[in-house]
Design a protein around this ligand. Structure first.
Ligand code: NAI
Length: 464
């Protein structure tokens, strides 16, 4: 088996950056080069000031500090890095299509295809190409066809190695993964390629936790894992609405069912809805694949997870309006949190964006504080929905860098992200600076409801 001396990863994003940092940290003898077309992103990865890394993940800065310049490099020289590498990871974005066939459902594979064509054009020696991006089942077939028909006669092996890290806990997830999944061709060459990747993870992951399968099982498992996780969130959110109508308490119900070892306690937290770049896009992709295969019942079953999530966001926004005497026009609604979850600066598909959009439709003034998200990012998230002009969005959405300033003179507070620091605020001080009656809508069930009520707040949470 060929020893891997050099790795290239195309895509220095939320997956490529942290994953390759850990692979480099644990394999000091392998040169790992992470490349991206986005020059600013690469400059940020190379910034000596580690607080400027383009991605915020607890613990990432230490790993980058340890490996960067030793055997971990960030570069925009894509061709050079491809040619030098024995193994190339494709870790580019695979968003939902916004045009053409499958619009709003299928994964847009144009970035992946561009990578395949670039690898084929540049490679002058045999390569193992690893799908790290989340891809529709059977994409490896398309990649192989491109590589074999447009390359320079060199041999390619394709592996599927989907990433299961969760943002916010990426570094501990990478250091102690529940499992690493590697799919490959079941031929002697395919098995050798699988073994080469197993050895890279084997530097720190016990072999019993490295699962090898055929290509299609591996590709499909990633979509299915996200579908199952998101389904649990939508299931408990559906029950939260039932709890509100019956005086049952969703946290008590979640605890009661989660103690059943067949169900388990994780991913049973009711909330304003899941976000992030993956759950929605991967389920839509699964729905699209099922429909394309004529499996309409399968498609409808999984689509319901998305329908429920959209409903939960809308319900949260509508509840704010109805509690504020059916009008929020001209009222200041303060948001605590904009990121899709705590401990990340990622805002893709965050519930906050959709709740803000709905409330702005009702002419509310939104004032946001998030410890890690910039004002520019928030504006661009809202603009991306295309609901109104950028100038209008600017007048309705304001960002503050001091939480107390964001909450001052607000009619209501909406908690959209579960950042730990929110629990420790001086809630008496916040109450005194608000318009009365002072409302809190806790979309994450993180605040101490009894304490807030004792101060005088009108408190609403999810499923209670
Ligand atoms: P991202 O958008 O943060 O990063 C992708 C990067 O690829 C961007 O910086 C972009 O400039 C670069 N890129 C695109 N085309 C390129 C090309 N031809 N050459 C060089 N660079 C190129 O995306 P993220 O979040 O890292 O996701 C990547 C993949 O991993 C997606 O398929 C996603 O579904 C999957 N994934 C994401 C997880 C997450 O938590 N974000 C978790 C597990 C999988």
């Amino acid at each position: 088996m060929k020893t891997i001396k050099s790795i290239c990863c195309i895509g220095a994003g939320y997956v490529g950056g942290p994953t390759m940092s850990v692979i480099a940290q644990k394999n000091p003898n392998i040169k790992v080069t992470v490349v991206d077309l986005n020059q600013q992103r690469i400059a940020d990865w190379n910034d000596q000031d580690l607080s400027k890394l383009p991605i915020f993940e607890p613990g990432l800065d230490q790993v980058v500090e340890e490996a960067r310049g030793r055997n971990l490099f960030f570069s925009t020289q894509v061709d050079e890095a491809i040619d030098e590498a024995d193994m190339i990871f494709i870790s580019v974005n695979t968003p939902t299509k916004t045009y053409g066939k499958g619009v709003g459902m299928a994964a847009d594979l144009k970035y992946v295809e561009l990578c395949a064509r670039q690898i084929a054009r540049v490679a002058t020696s045999d390569k193992i190409v690893v799908e790290k991006s989340t891809l529709p089942v059977r994409t490896a077939q398309a990649i192989k066809s491109i590589l074999d028909h447009t390359g320079n006669g060199v041999k390619f092996q394709i592996l599927s190695n989907p990433e299961f890290l969760a943002e916010g806990t990426a570094m501990t997830d990478l250091a102690n993964p529940d499992r690493v999944l590697i799919g490959g061709e079941q031929t002697p060459e395919g098995k050798k390629a699988i073994e080469a990747l197993v050895n890279i993870y084997g530097a720190w992951v016990p072999k019993t936790q490295i699962l090898t399968t055929n290509l299609w099982s591996s590709e499909l498992s990633k979509l299915v894992a996200n579908a199952f996780l998101a389904q649990r969130v939508s299931s408990i959110n559906a029950i939260s609405e039932l709890c509100e109508a019956t005086e049952a308490n969703v946290e008590e119900v979640a605890k009661a069912i989660g103690m059943d070892s067949r169900i388990g306690p994780k991913f049973l937290k009711a909330s304003v809805g899941f976000g992030g770049s993956c759950f929605q896009k991967d389920i839509l992709n699964l729905v699209y694949i099922s429909k394309s295969l004529g499996l309409n019942e399968v498609a409808d079953y999984w689509e319901q997870v998305i329908i429920m999530n959209n409903h939960q966001r809308n319900r949260f926004a509508n509840n704010i309006v109805s509690n504020l005497y059916n009008t929020v026009s001209g009222k200041k609604i303060a948001f605590l949190g904009w990121a899709f979850k705590k401990d990340t600066n990622d805002t893709r598909e965050s519930a906050a964006i959709y709740v803000a959009d709905k409330l702005i439709d009702e002419q509310a003034q939104i004032s946001v504080y998030d410890p890690k998200v910039s004002a520019t990012q928030m504006q661009s998230d809202l603009n991306y929905l295309n609901t109104r002009t950028e100038t209008e969005n600017k007048t309705y959405l304001k960002t503050k860098t001091d939480p107390y300033k964001a909450l001052e003179s607000a009619h209501a507070i909406a908690v959209l992200t579960e950042w730990d620091e929110f629990k420790d605020y001086d809630w008496q001080r916040i109450y005194e600076a608000m318009i009365k009656p002072a409302f809190v809508f806790d979309g994450r069930n993180v605040l101490d409801q009894e304490q807030l009520k004792a101060i005088g707040f009108q408190v609403q949470s999810i499923g209670k």
